[in-house]
Ligand binder design. Structure first.
Ligand code: BG6
Length: 485
């Protein structure tokens, strides 16, 4: 596919995300011949660097964080030469005017048309300042196209997200905004479309007639790491649930779009969000379970409790675990519970979607039917595999036994999430980015929970580090006659 030539204007180029993800991603796309040509990166940061000095920093981070690092130094050098450092204090209005001159100069010298991609890898409080300055300075008065890529967090609650979006709307159209949710960049999440809609055997049974419940899990073994400042305010509900988990829910529950294009897919995803049964005051605490880890051990190694972690308030009531039961008032899904859970410091790192089918074994006689298990379709998001559990009669024993068929999509070196996502930005394809309406409805859905948590209306359950989460999360399913798989 021929990509438009463009300039990639990176705000926050000296930051952590740029170092760990953005430069290694661009480098891997370069190795795969998936960068536009010509292409220039304008790396913006407050510090003073020459381009040459900055390139050496980038080189160091590629060595550490790139999934590939070929020996051929010539090609690495070619890549590094595309990076141009320019110092800018994001709050200095005059600086943006100088940036305009600088971009124009590069565009002329490198013969790049005025297509400008602005990537904001900065703390959320800068988003407004930067986008309004892009507009005021005329950085966006161009003959070509402009695009804006932004990272989460997208707001702190419903009203702050709406506020932020209004501000963005002053400088960019919705169609120009690419909100990264890296879970949408996971190949198995993208694969859901194909799995559901390219296989008639699933296509026709993806509904309440055949599915008894759906379970979405994202468990992590890491704790709060060095991010207490952010995490102790955000909690699992904002950090994972409002964005990643609800995006997986949309991708799992959406019905077949008219076409597999961005517009139609987003339309179907939105139908899921519009149909989510809102949390009612009286059932918030029974539909959403919040937990916090206590001291425990992971793989035999003792770890601290959340409240003992550096930077965390000693009496913090923040959630490090969330489990929720979600119902979708859509004709395809009436009565089918979707259980979602996510937590830090759990037993294993695992992101998976389990579809539990209804038991319909009327022909098998009752005594055997007890021994059958429901059909399960498991999508391993992180391990990149799919497995299907069926009931089979073992020819040796003549008894019904579960048999599992699995497929692993992972050959050990698949493109990382950001590679898929950034390539889509280059192509102008926004299918796997969060649309504002999705984000807004996701905030609307969690808002009553945020308020209940704030007032400590719901109990904060505890769980030992290294466990599967609080007991209350098991009861959430037990109550309906199910269990977590
Ligand atoms: C991030 C969260 O968005 O996703 C982190 O801020 C979390 O807290 C991470 O650890 C998990 O992502 P992944 O891809 O490792 O499942």
């Amino acid at each position: 596919e021929k990509l438009d030539s463009m300039t990639f204007v990176l705000f926050g180029a000296t930051g952590d995300l740029a170092k760990r993800k953005i430069f290694p991603t661009l480098y891997n796309l370069f190795l795969d011949n998936k960068l536009p040509d010509p292409f220039a990166v304008i790396a913006l940061g407050r510090k003073n660097f020459s381009s040459q000095a900055f390139r050496l920093h980038v080189l160091e981070s590629l060595k550490i964080f790139s999934r590939r690092f070929p020996e051929n130094t010539d090609s690495t050098e070619t890549f590094l030469q595309m990076i141009h450092y320019h110092s800018l204090n994001a709050t200095d209005n005059q600086g943006y005017l100088k940036l305009v001159d600088y971009i124009k100069h590069l565009e002329t010298v490198l013969r790049i048309p005025e297509n400008r991609l602005f990537y904001l890898s900065m703390a959320p409080e800068f988003i407004d300042t930067v986008t309004s300055n892009i507009k005021k300075s005329g950085l966006d008065s161009i003959n070509g196209w402009k695009r804006l890529v932004i990272e989460k967090p997208f707001g702190f609650d419903l009203s702050s997200a709406q506020n932020l979006n209004n501000k963005l709307g002053n400088a960019f159209d919705e169609a120009e905004i690419y909100r990264i949710d890296h879970y949408l960049g996971k190949s198995m999440v993208q694969n859901l479309e194909v799995l559901k809609f390219a296989n008639p055997m699933f296509q026709d049974i993806w509904n309440k007639e055949n599915i008894s419940n759906v379970q979405i899990t994202a468990s992590e073994t890491v704790g709060v790491e060095e991010r207490a400042d952010y995490y102790d305010q955000a909690g699992a509900i904002r950090d994972m649930f409002q964005n990643h988990m609800l995006q997986i829910l949309m991708m799992t529950a959406m019905q077949q779009p008219k076409k597999l294009n961005s517009k139609e897919i987003r339309k179907e995803k939105l139908k899921v969000m519009e149909a989510l049964q809102p949390l009612q005051k009286e059932n918030i605490c029974s539909s959403i379970i919040r937990g916090q880890y206590e001291a425990g051990a992971i793989n035999g190694i003792p770890v601290k409790g959340y409240r003992e972690e550096p930077g965390v308030e000693s009496l913090s009531k923040n959630d490090t675990f969330i489990a929720a039961k979600v119902l979708i008032n859509h004709p395809a899904w009436y009565g089918v519970p979707f259980y979602i859970r996510t937590g830090k410091r759990m037993k294993e790192k695992s992101t998976r979607i389990v579809i539990e089918f209804k038991k319909k074994l009327s022909i098998v006689d009752a005594k055997d039917s007890d021994k059958t298990i429901p059909n399960l379709l498991t999508i391993e998001v992180n391990k990149e595999g799919i497995s299907l559990q069926l009931n089979i009669k073992n020819p040796e024993t003549n008894k019904i036994e579960p048999a599992s068929f699995s497929f692993s999509a992972n050959n050990g070196n698949t493109p990382a999430e950001y590679e898929l996502l950034l390539y889509d930005v280059f192509r102008g394809n926004s299918t796997f980015f969060a649309h504002w309406k999705e984000v807004e409805l996701a905030w609307k859905w969690v808002q009553p929970a945020l308020e209940a948590f704030e007032k400590s209306d719901c109990p904060l359950h505890t769980y030992p580090a290294g466990s599967l989460g609080p007991v209350a999360a098991d009861q959430l399913l037990k109550h309906d006659g199910f269990k977590w798989w």
